[in-house]
Design a protein around this ligand. Structure first.
Ligand SMILES: Nc1ncnc2c1ncn2[C@@H]1O[C@H](COP(=O)(O)OP(=O)(O)OP(=O)(O)O)[C@@H](O)[C@H]1O
Ligand SMILES: [Mg+2]
Length: 505
């Protein structure tokens, strides 16, 4: 093995009960490269990263790091070897300062054994500079910086541990395009310093932009390694899904006729903290309405507040012409409304449950209200139906959600609400972390629902998703509505311009 290989895997297999997550994977990671890892939800990407960083042990196979066989791996070993993994769910302590987080567990001490805060701040400043955060004071609490900055702090922490191999598992799934650009710039700088990086993402344009090579996984197997410069997105997708990829998505029934008799939801003068300012809109029967805006523009807050999950300062909410107090989510559910929150936020709530329980939880609530407890069989049929329809990759519906891959957890959450067939459905980032193929399956289901008369509001950071799916879009800028655009007038530039500036007076 040449010096140019930092980490080498031979025949790595990982079996979980009922699942072969990795099937005899052999691959060399070149020193100093950015190697992208792509594949459909459940292909085995995160599992492999967890093995490389010592969180999981492989069932079979061998690892060689810098030419030496690794007999045993655990997270502490990995840290000593210079391997750092930035997980999707960031692991910083909110209540501690940036500097304390970076040096957690190894605070610098002076000759008397006292913590040398002076040195800790100095070192932190130098590290923050390396990740583009020189303008931030290391004494700032982590809870006071945004997600993108928290991620940069995680990278600073990895650098302080002298990481040589940095693993990033879907780091940009909750970043704005601008923030993602900043992260990519930092990655290029790290690469110049000789740091090797493994990068997982479902955003394929990013992969083309930043990687040197692309390893494609399918069903636990390494299918091929592509040289990025000779690769087009379509080639990558075909390798991922194992067939020709049909490409984009369009509905066949955009709504063009609007009648005031069809208004199912009317929101007037909604204010939520300082995030949502006097927002009014109507939602029509069978309509797919998009609320578009930059991250932080108040999109999710509108959904949460109308659903009774967040407190609002003012605003009237009418359902089919009748004012509803809507102070609790139970009122929303009683009015046949459903909300699929942004995936990552919700996950922690449901991780304890099995796939079956998750899918049928709304159903169950209803059943319990009627004091009929023995619905086991019916639930099971519904759950199985959705596992099928959404192609949720699981050995069975008894599997715990926590054991599913990130994207499949998200699908289970969507299925969970569909069971109850809501009249009004709110979807917040419905395809975050979902692979290209499965996205189309979710689009199909969404458009199917609207055909059947369900009225839907969707919030998505993917412009193409908004354009392909929505009948109408209202745009937000810093909590205020700046525009309303019908499907036939959609254009990426037009929407962007409404989303990025205040309305002219
Ligand atoms: N702890 C576990 N117990 C049981 N099965 C697991 C466990 N971790 C992962 N799996 C299974 O292994 C397979 C691969 O999962 P993995 O998380 O590696 O997928 P992934 O490629 O990262 O997908 P995604 O893009 O959705 O994040 C999946 O079928 C998953 O359900
Ligand atoms: Mg994953």
């Amino acid at each position: 093995m040449g010096d140019n290989v930092i980490y080498s895997m031979k025949n790595i297999t990982k079996k979980f009960p009922g699942v072969t997550a990795l099937d005899s994977v052999s691959m060399d990671i070149q020193r100093g490269e950015i190697l992208a890892i792509v594949g459909e939800n459940g292909a085995g990407k995160s599992t492999l990263m967890n093995i490389l960083s010592g969180s999981y042990e492989s069932t079979e196979g061998t690892l060689e790091y810098n030419g030496k066989t690794v007999d045993h791996m655990d997270p502490i070993m990995a840290q000593k070897m210079g391997i750092a993994m930035i997980h999707q769910e960031l692991s910083l302590s909110n209540a501690l300062s940036i500097a304390e987080n970076i040096f957690l567990g190894r605070l610098p001490k002076n000759a008397w054994g006292m913590i040398n805060t002076q040195k800790m701040y100095e070192d932190s400043r130098a590290l923050l500079k390396e990740v583009g955060l020189e303008h931030i004071d290391p004494r700032t609490l982590v809870r006071d910086i945004n997600v993108s900055q928290q991620q940069q702090v995680e990278i600073a922490k990895a650098l302080s541990l002298d990481a040589k191999l940095l693993i990033l598992d879907e780091p940009t799934s909750s970043l704005t395009p601008k923030e993602a650009d900043i992260l990519h710039e930092i990655m290029f700088q790290l690469q110049k310093k000789g740091i090797t990086m493994l990068y997982i993402s479902h955003k394929l344009d990013e992969i083309i932009k930043i990687s040197n090579r692309i390893a494609v996984f399918r069903d636990g197997q390494l299918i091929t390694i592509l040289q990025t410069e000779a690769t087009k997105i379509d080639d990558m997708v075909s390798a991922m899904v194992g067939r020709e990829y049909a490409g984009g998505f369009a509905r066949d029934n955009y709504k063009t006729e609007y009648s005031e008799d069809d208004v199912v939801l009317e929101v007037e003068n909604l204010c939520v903290g300082n995030k949502v300012k006097n927002v009014s809109f109507k939602l029509y029967r069978g309509e797919l309405l998009g609320i578009a805006g930059l991250v932080g523009s108040g999109r999710s807050e509108i959904l949460q507040a109308v659903f009774g999950a967040d407190k609002r300062q003012s605003g009237t909410i009418k359902i089919k012409g009748k004012t509803v107090p809507m102070n609790y989510t139970t009122e929303a559910i009683a009015n046949k409304m459903a909300l699929v929150p942004e995936g990552r936020k919700l996950q922690s709530l449901f991780l304890k449950f099995s796939v079956e329980q998750n899918i049928s939880i709304v159903f169950l609530k209803k059943a319990l209200n009627k004091l009929r407890l023995n619905l086991g069989k019916k639930e099971r049929v519904i759950a199985e139906n959705y596992v099928d329809k959404l192609k949720i990759k699981t050995p069975g519906i008894e599997q715990k959600i926590v054991n599913l891959s990130g994207g499949n957890q998200q699908k289970a959450v969507i299925a969970r609400w569909l069971v109850d067939r809501p009249d009004i459905l709110f979807l917040d980032e419905p395809t975050q972390g979902i692979d290209v193929g499965a996205k189309n399956e979710i689009y199909d289901i969404i458009s199917e629902l609207s055909k059947e008369g369900t009225s839907i509001i969707m919030v998505s950071s993917e412009m193409q998703e908004n354009i392909n799916l929505c009948d109408r879009i209202i745009t937000l800028y810093e909590g205020s509505v700046t525009g309303e655009i019908m499907h036939k007038e959609f254009s990426e530039e037009g929407l962007m311009s409404y989303m990025s500036q205040a309305k002219e007076a």
